[in-house]
Design a protein around this ligand. Structure first.
Ligand SMILES: Nc1ncnc2c1ncn2[C@@H]1O[C@H](COP(=O)(O)OP(=O)(O)OP(=O)(O)O)[C@@H](O)[C@H]1O
Length: 279
């Protein structure tokens, strides 16, 4: 679905020494329907990589290929942008319509979608994002979480195959964040390819696969279920390990092989108790 072939990029390639380019030697493949998280420190290049995925930025070297289309081919750029939806941190920057329904319809009008189909797609996107009751409301009257759901609905209506969430949970409260994470899960279950950029390892653990960028290079690429196998190198990158993951790691070290993913305290205690009874 998404292929980076030895991609190099810099915002000022003509004056920056090659070894300091913003992205270097990025080769990766994301399969259709995969759920991938991208983590890394501030300035490591996560948003830049996201922008390369939908042709907002073009590689200086190498190529980015989306579903067979190179982003560098101007004839394919609109196809690429329709396939890859990019949802940013601040939903206010993405909202343009006077009402929720208008906002979702806006992108569809731009791609010349017929009126009857626009109505169908807008209704579908609103129902998927729980916004039907807000159809005629001004986006200004929505909460932060609702605005973020509107931004997602506007992309969903365009029927992208890939949805990239660039720190899309950062500006919303814990309840809104949990809602957005559930929506991401649902989109993944519905077959969308997901790239979730986040500073939170707890959020990243919801993905099947985690990629870590450091100073423009891809340093780790692992299955989240196998996180214990990359524990030592991961520690070098000052990742903020969630407390339950640390507890799970200690339990593994003490011989309790509990499931490392999707960990809630109550689930962990129950599983631990069962393992203890077996011993
Ligand atoms: N428009 C731009 N012009 C010049 N340099 C930029 C631009 N946008 C980003 N950069 C630089 O590119 C590098 C990577 O930035 P990027 O935003 O991709 O990092 P990030 O990992 O997403 O960071 P954060 O976690 O803070 O969002 C940084 O050094 C940044 O200063």
């Amino acid at each position: 679905m998404i292929h980076f072939q030895d991609v190099w990029f810099d915002y000022s390639p003509e004056i920056t020494p090659e070894e300091q380019w913003n992205l270097r030697k990025i080769s990766l493949s994301i399969q259709p329907g995969e759920y991938l998280a991208l983590i890394g420190k501030n300035g490591s290049g996560k948003s830049t990589l996201a922008r390369l995925c939908n042709g907002l930025l073009l590689p200086d070297r190498g190529q980015v290929v989306i579903d067979g289309h190179s982003t560098a081919n101007p004839d394919h750029i609109w196809e690429v942008r329709r396939k890859v939806g990019l949802i940013f941190q601040n939903p206010d920057n993405q909202i343009v319509g006077a009402t929720v329904a208008d906002d979702i319809a806006f992108g569809l009008e731009n791609i010349g979608c017929p009126t009857a189909e626009i109505r169908e797609r807008v209704d579908y996107a609103m129902s998927q994002m729980g916004l039907t009751a807000f159809a005629d409301r001004s986006p200004d009257q929505l909460s932060g979480g609702q605005k973020q759901r509107l931004a997602i609905a506007s992309f969903l209506a365009l029927q992208p195959q890939v949805m990239i969430f660039d720190e899309a949970t950062t500006m919303i409260d814990p309840q809104g964040r949990a809602e957005i994470l559930q929506i991401i899960d649902k989109l993944h279950q519905d077959g969308k390819t997901i790239l979730h950029i986040t500073h939170s390892l707890a959020e990243a653990m919801k993905a099947e696969r985690i990629l870590l960028l450091d100073q423009g290079e891809c340093c780790l690429d692992f299955r989240s279920a196998d996180i214990l196998q990359v524990w030592e190198p991961l520690q070098q990158y000052a990742v903020d390990f969630p407390p339950m993951l640390l507890v799970a790691k200690h339990l593994h070290d003490w011989g309790y092989p509990i499931d490392i993913k999707h960990r809630q305290p109550t689930e962990m205690v129950e599983e631990l108790w069962k393992l203890h009874l077996k011993k």
